[in-house]
Design a protein around this ligand. Structure first.
Ligand code: 13P
Length: 354
């Protein structure tokens, strides 16, 4: 196994106050977001949108890595420069989503299992040659009256561990993403219980499959009440429930944890990350950062609307959102920064936090 390489990639992904941008929406998901924003759902619009993202000036100040999708990894700017080369030039490590989506689990109505192990070794070899140094696989856990079942958790965590092993064999750092969905009206307590069960099952499977925990990144949900629950939790309560759950389940040897945003507003996702750093400064064994998709991209996509004349304004908003998350990682984010046109963001305090 390429241990040194894995450790060095994982360390670079967690460096300083940086984080990751998930820009790996499958064609279906990207089209769904485009439809909601009134943007035509064509391959050229998807390409133009990804060009807007990767050519955002100074994005490398904020991001250590960006997760691409199979379609995007082969795409180029209008002038013919490969996106993957632009990212590398900006000091952003390219990653790739390799799961093939969540499908209904046979025999378990209402639950999903993620596909994508077939041929994965060959795909990883190809992505490595293209320049990807980390990958992502997302498992989806659904909270309902009688879900998640033990069988569903076990199946998904086993697949995540098998994927992680294959990535490491190929010198690629696996981002291991067991997402407990926010859909529903469950309480924060229920989310905490389920998240704990899922993470414990995950680390059991990772150990069984001989995955080197020094060369993975965990991408979990934050611990939150369901979106339809009328009793939402305070920012500090979410921060504490999340970190306490992670402290119970995630071995200290894991180098980093990078959250998904999961449908939270961009402002709340940033505020939650900030509160974790404020409350637990110097007390965390792993680095704690962001790997958001919607919570970084959404305001930019809404502004762009598929129109060339909005590209610069959208890039400005994208940069601001990313750098507010850097501030959150330093525990220096305040809601006032949202109003400021150019918030004073101490770009690049290089200390490793957490
Ligand atoms: P969100 O931040 O929009 O939840 O997406 C993160 C992600 O990568 C989901 O797989």
């Amino acid at each position: 196994m390429k241990t040194e390489e894995l450790i060095s990639t994982a360390t670079a992904l967690m460096a300083g106050d940086k984080g990751l941008l998930a820009m790996d929406e499958s064609t279906g998901t990207c089209n769904k977001r485009f439809a909601e924003a009134g943007i035509p759902q064509t391959v050229e619009y998807r390409r133009a949108y990804r060009e807007l993202i990767v050519t955002t000036p100074n994005l490398g100040n904020c991001l250590s890595g960006a997760i691409l999708y199979d379609e995007t990894i082969y795409q180029s700017t209008k002038k013919g420069m490969l996106f993957i080369d632009i990212l590398k030039k900006a000091g952003i490590i390219p990653g790739i989503k390799v799961d093939e989506g969540a499908v209904n689990m046979a025999g378990f109505p209402g639950e999903k299992v993620t596909e994508g192990l077939d041929g994965l070794r060959q795909r990883l070899e190809k992505y490595y040659d293209l320049g990807a140094r980390f990958a992502k696989w997302r498992a989806v856990i659904i909270i309902n009256e009688d879900t998640p079942t033990k069988a569903n958790i076990e199946a998904n965590m086993h697949l995540l561990a098998r994927y992680a092993g294959l990535c490491q064999e190929n010198g690629i750092v696996p981002i291991v993403e067991p997402e407990v969905l926010m859909d529903g009206d469950h309480s924060i307590k229920r989310c905490q219980k389920v998240t704990e069960k899922v993470l414990k099952a995950l680390f059991k499977q990772l150990e069984k499959q001989r995955v080197d925990l020094r060369g993975i990144i965990l991408k979990p949900n934050m611990v939150l009440p369901g979106l339809k629950n009328t009793k939402q939790a305070s920012i500090n309560k979410v921060a504490k429930a999340t970190v306490n759950t992670l402290l119970k389940c995630v071995p200290p040897i894991v180098p980093g944890i990078a959250f998904l945003s999961g449908g939270q507003s961009p402002e709340l996702a940033t505020a939650h990350l900030n509160a974790m750093h404020v409350n637990y400064k110097g007390k965390l064994p792993w680095a704690l950062t962001f790997s958001f998709a919607r919570a970084i991209q959404q305001p930019a996509m809404d502004l762009w609307k598929g129109d060339d004349k909005n590209v610069k304004a959208a890039q400005k908003v994208l940069y601001k959102r990313a750098s507010l998350n850097n501030a959150a990682r330093r525990g220096e984010y305040t809601p006032d920064m949202e109003q400021e046109e150019n918030p004073k963001l101490t770009v690049m305090s290089q200390k490793v936090i957490g």
